[in-house]
Design a protein around this ligand. Structure first.
Ligand SMILES: Cc1cc2nc3c(=O)[nH]c(=O)nc-3n(C[C@H](O)[C@H](O)[C@H](O)COP(=O)(O)OP(=O)(O)OC[C@H]3O[C@@H](n4cnc5c(N)ncnc54)[C@H](O)[C@@H]3O)c2cc1C
Length: 318
């Protein structure tokens, strides 16, 4: 069976969920091989095996550099394995790596795929386009397909395997190592889950009224153990930081539960959240477009509805 190279990301908290999603997608195309840049620990290899990695290629020497060494590592491994596809998580770094790999391999590339499958042996993808109003299907006819896949688009499914671990020493070009990260300052953790990985997201819109008013969104998120999101209107007003923006020009989320409070439901916002499994909208305007995509709607003032909800959740938690 042809190999499918999957660029995986390891963090101090473990392998990222989006990487496990890629391994799940890779199994539909061939035999998944994880490409792990940096040090491999036993826990990382175990979770890659749990999600079906038949091989884990460990590439040392990439730490401290930007995305070029990862791209060169994939090109090097692809030269030895002739993979049917290379899968990378959609995001600024993933797309940078994928574009470089596609150029170097002369491969067709699809970005922001929401589904990947094999149709008649051809790598076939779906993309949500025009702010989520259309689904485009594409087929990659080159020998190797390069695809970036949106986080949360494919549910990760375990398929335990015992991976062979191979260390690959890549001779990086001078250009690849020409820019080095000299400092990185992690943000102070909020203790909340990462927005794109969270099972529950509570988002607030301009209807919260003010920066202080946004506090009720954070309290509801905390009572549900969820992440906090926001509309662009809110981030543009600097009520919360831009990295919480959900939507066409923000992050794409697909949690089990998405609560939209004080959000009108503009097409650009819906593009980033309408694949959520259950959507609950709280809005005082019964004609707000958000109700068109909501599974449950509450017509009312969020400053009354959300505190009542937080109280009720508190009572049920005991
Ligand atoms: C190119 C482009 C890209 C964009 N990208 C994004 C994006 O990525 N993400 C994004 O979110 N937007 C994006 N936008 C902006 C988008 O078009 C909307 O302007 C924005 O989403 C509106 O945010 P909002 O729903 O918070 O505000 P509003 O549209 O002002 O809606 C506020 C809502 O709150 C309700 N409300 C008011 N008070 C209360 C209350 N007390 N209780 C309950 N409900 C109340 C109102 O009825 C209203 O429906 C983009 C726009 C463009 C042009």
């Amino acid at each position: 069976m042809s190999e499918v190279l999957v660029l995986v990301e390891n963090t101090p908290q473990g392998i990222r969920k989006s990487s496990l999603e890629l391994l799940t997608a890779a199994r539909r195309l061939g035999s998944p091989s994880a490409v792990l840049c940096g040090a491999a620990d036993d826990a990382a290899v175990a979770s890659l095996g749990e999600y079906g990695a038949a091989t884990v290629y460990v590439v040392p020497g990439t730490d401290g550099y930007l995305s070029v060494p990862a791209a060169e590592a994939i090109v090097d491994i692809a030269g030895r394995t002739n993979p049917v596809a290379v899968l990378v998580t959609s995001g600024p770094i993933g797309k940078d790596v994928a574009a470089r790999v596609a150029v170097r391999l002369g491969a067709g590339i699809v970005t922001d795929a929401t589904d990947v499958r094999s149709e008649g042996g051809v790598v076939t993808t779906s993309q949500t386009v025009v702010s989520g109003q259309w689904v485009a299907t594409a087929q990659v006819t080159s020998a190797t397909a390069v695809v970036t896949v949106r986080p949360n688009a494919i549910a990760p499914e375990a398929a335990p395997a015992t991976p062979a671990v191979q260390t690959v020493d890549v001779a990086f070009s001078a250009a690849a190592t020409g820019a080095k990260i000299t400092a990185s300052n992690p943000k102070v953790s909020t203790g909340r889950p990462e927005l794109t990985d969270a099972a529950v997201v509570v988002s607030g819109g301009r209807g919260v009224g003010s920066e202080e008013g946004f506090g009720v969104i954070e309290r509801l998120a905390d009572s549900l153990g969820g992440a906090v999101g926001a509309t662009r209107a809110v981030t543009d007003l600097h009520w919360v930081s831009h990295d919480l923006q959900v939507g066409q020009t923000g992050k794409t989320v697909a949690p089990s539960l998405y609560v939209a409070a004080g959000i009108s439901g503009a097409i650009q916002h819906r593009a980033g959240m309408q694949s959520s499994k259950t959507i609950v909208a709280v809005n005082k305007d019964p004609k707000a477009p958000i109700f068109q995509v909501a599974d449950y709607g509450v017509i009312g003032d969020l400053h009354k509805v959300l505190p009542a909800l937080i109280d009720e959740i508190g009572k049920r938690k005991g």
